[in-house]
Design a protein around this ligand. Structure first.
Ligand SMILES: [Zn+2]
Length: 157
């Protein structure tokens, strides 16, 4: 029994607020290298990275009531320190997308089983004396799954 007849919504205006500008600036060579390396490491365009850092800096300056300029200096100085944090973040993201029993596995070593076990992928029973493969993780401290022959990756033709 609703009599609401909402008038058709006007389309969102991609107007002046979204207008973007290109900003050319000089940066010290060291900072440029650092930005490029950081961008490469996390696989984003340098311009995106710079924009993110600038937006961060402006937001922080707003909150703190400090000058934007001062905050930009701080942000530039923090780039190096932030790189480690960003790389860790990337590892997390990569780890999530490549999850599953073989996430992070970089190779397989053939082996003869000493005890009965199960394939980490298909859960097939594997008996002592059978051949199987040990998954080698990029992180040496990570668990190494045992995988049956059938579950090994095949070369793409
Ligand atoms: Zn298997």
């Amino acid at each position: 029994m609703s009599q609401e007849e909402s008038p058709p919504q006007p389309p969102p205006e991609d107007g002046d607020e979204k207008k973007e500008r290109v900003l050319h600036t000089r940066v010290p060579a060291v900072l440029e290298q650092e930005l490029k390396r950081l961008a490469q490491n996390i696989r984003v365009p340098v311009s995106n990275l710079v924009r993110t850092i600038l937006e961060d800096a402006v937001a922080v300056a707003d909150r703190a009531g400090r000058g934007v300029e001062e905050e930009l200096h701080r942000a530039a100085g923090r780039v190096s320190a932030q790189r480690e944090a960003i790389l860790r973040k990337r590892d997390e993201v990569v780890g999530r997308t490549k999850s599953g029993p073989l996430g992070g596995i970089v190779g397989f070593q053939p082996m003869v089983l000493a005890t009965d076990t199960h394939c980490a992928v298909c859960d097939a029973e594997l008996s002592a004396g059978e051949s199987a493969h040990l998954g080698v993780h990029s992180d040496p401290a990570a668990p190494r799954p045992i995988v049956c022959d059938a579950c090994l990756p095949r070369p793409k033709k």
